[in-house]
Design a binder for this molecule. Structure first.
Ligand SMILES: Cc1cc2nc3c(=O)[nH]c(=O)nc-3n(C[C@H](O)[C@H](O)[C@H](O)COP(=O)(O)OP(=O)(O)OC[C@H]3O[C@@H](n4cnc5c(N)ncnc54)[C@H](O)[C@@H]3O)c2cc1C
Length: 343
C-alpha cells in the first residue's frame, strides 16, 4: 500500500471556498493539501463561467470568475499548498481522535488531522452520450478525460464534441495519435476561436479528419472498440475504425461519494453544519461553501469565505491541541506579515 501523505488539513475541492480556506488555515500555521476531480483549479468559477463578470465579491467591484481564481491563487501563494488534480476523494475513514485517512480514486492516501469539505455541488461528472451499450467500453476504450496522453500514443482516436475540451484534446493528441478524427454534429464550434482555427489548419494540412455527424452505435469485443457507426446529418451511415473514443459532452454535477462518508446529510445532498465553526456531524470534518447547509444559508462565494475563516479557527484546536489561539490582524501583526512574506 502507498505511504500516506501527512498534512494538517486536507481540503476536498479547489473551488473558491477551498482556495480561501488555504489562506485562513495558512495564517494559523496549518499546512494544506487540496484534491479536486477537475483538471484545473477554481471549481465552478473556472469550469462553468470563467469569463463572466462577478460583482459581489466584497471590495472587488468587478472581476471575472477566472480573475477571482487567479487572485485567490496569488493570495495563497505564501502558503504553498499542494494540489492533487484529476483525483476524486472516494473514502474518509476516522483513524484517530481526530485523525482521518482519506483515499482517492487514483489510490492516493492522505492522513490529516482535520478535513475541510469544500465540494460545492459535488463532483463534476462527464455527461454520457446517448450511445446504446457505451457503458461496456468505458475506461477500456471509451474515456471522458485524458489522464496520461502517452496512453493514446499510436492509437486511432475518435474525439466527439465541439466545445473547448474536444478541441483542446484534438490539438494535444493529434501529434500522439496514429490517426485522429474529430466528429461534431454541425460545422459550428463552441470552443475558443483560436483553437478552432488551429484545428482547421490541421485538417487543411491533412493531419486530422473532421467529420460531421453523430455516433449511433459501437462495435467491438470485451470493451475494446473496433469501430463507431456514425450517422451523417443526411441520415446515411458509415463507420470510423478506432481504438479509443473520447466523447466531450460537458459536465454535470452529482453529489458523488460524499454521500458515503458517514456524515449526516440534509435531503441527501447537503452537509448540515453549526454556524460557530461550520463543522459537520463528525468532529474534525468541516463543510464550507455550496456543499453545506444551515438556517439562512445563501450559496454565494462570500458566504464560503466567512465559513472558511471560522472553520479554520476550530481546526486549529485539532491540529495544535495544546496551543492557545491568539487573535491577530494582518494589518498590524508582524508574525502574520512574516507568514505572508511581506515583512
Ligand atoms: C453561472 C454561475 C454564475 C455564478 N455567479 C456568482 C456570482 O456572481 N457571485 C457569487 O457569489 N456566486 C456565483 N455563483 C455561485 C458560485 O460559483 C458558487 O457559490 C461557488 O463556486 C461555490 O464555491 P465552492 O468552493 O463551495 O464550490 P465549487 O466552486 O463548486 O467547487 C467545488 C469543487 O469540489 C470538487 N469536488 C467535489 N467533490 C469532490 C470529490 N469527491 N473529490 C475531489 N473533488 C471534489 C469539484 O470538482 C469542484 O471543483 C455562480 C454560479 C454559476 C454556475
Amino acid at each position: 500500500m502507498n505511504e500516506p501523505i501527512k498534512t494538517d488539513v486536507l481540503i476536498i475541492g479547489a473551488g473558491p471556498c477551498g482556495l480561501f480556506a488555504v489562506f485562513e488555515l495558512g495564517l494559523l500555521e496549518m499546512k494544506t493539501h487540496l484534491v479536486d476531480i477537475l483538471d484545473k483549479i477554481g471549481g465552478q468559477c473556472a469550469e462553468l463561467y470563467p469569463e463572466k463578470p462577478i460583482y459581489d465579491i466584497p471590495g472587488v467591484p468587478i472581476t471575472t470568475a477566472q480573475g477571482l481564481v487567479d487572485s485567490l491563487m496569488t493570495q495563497i501563494k505564501p502558503f504553498a499548498p499542494t494540489f492533487h488534480l484529476q483525483e476524486m476523494v472516494e473514502t474518509i475513514e476516522k483513524i484517530g481522535d481526530p485523525l482521518f485517512r482519506v483515499k482517492t480514486d487514483q489510490g492516493k492516501l492522505f492522513e490529516a488531522k482535520a478535513v475541510m469539505i469544500a465540494a460545492g455541488g459535488g463532483s463534476f461528472q462527464p455527461k454520457r452520450p446517448p450511445i446504446p451499450g457505451i457503458e461496456a467500453y468505458e475506461e477500456k476504450s471509451v474515456f471522458y478525460s485524458v489522464r496520461k496522453m502517452e496512453a493514446f500514443r499510436d492509437k486511432r482516436i475518435l474525439i466527439v464534441g465541439g466545445g473547448d475540451s474536444a478541441l483542446d484534446w484534438t490539438l494535444n493528441l493529434a501529434p500522439v495519435a496514429s490517426h485522429l478524427t474529430l466528429l461534431h454534429r454541425r460545422d459550428q464550434f463552441r470552443a475558443a476561436p483560436d483553437s478552432v482555427n488551429k484545428m482547421m489548419a490541421l485538417v487543411g494540412e491533412g493531419k486530422i479528419d473532421l467529420v460531421l455527424g453523430q455516433v449511433s452505435s459501437l462495435e467491438g469485443d470485451d470493451g475494446r472498440i473496433a469501430k463507431a457507426i456514425v450517422k451523417r446529418n443526411d441520415g446515411s451511415d458509415f463507420h470510423i475504425a478506432c481504438d479509443a473514443l473520447l466523447p466531450f459532452f460537458g459536465l454535470t454535477m452529482k453529489l458523488g461519494p460524499v454521500a458515503d462518508w458517514g456524515i449526516e446529510l440534509k435531503d441527501g445532498e447537503l452537509i448540515p453544519v453549526d454556524t460557530a465553526a461550520f463543522e459537520s456531524s463528525v468532529p474534525g470534518i468541516f463543510a464550507i461553501g455550496d456543499i453545506n447547509w444551515y438556517p439562512g444559508k445563501v450559496k454565494l462565494i462570500l458566504s464560503g469565505f466567512h465559513e472558511a475563516t471560522l472553520a479554520a479557527q476550530k481546526a486549529y484546536h485539532y491540529v495544535y491541541p495544546n496551543k492557545r489561539l491568539v487573535f491577530q490582524y494582518t494589518t498590524s501583526s508582524s508574525s502574520l506579515q512574516k507568514k505572508l512574506g511581506v515583512r
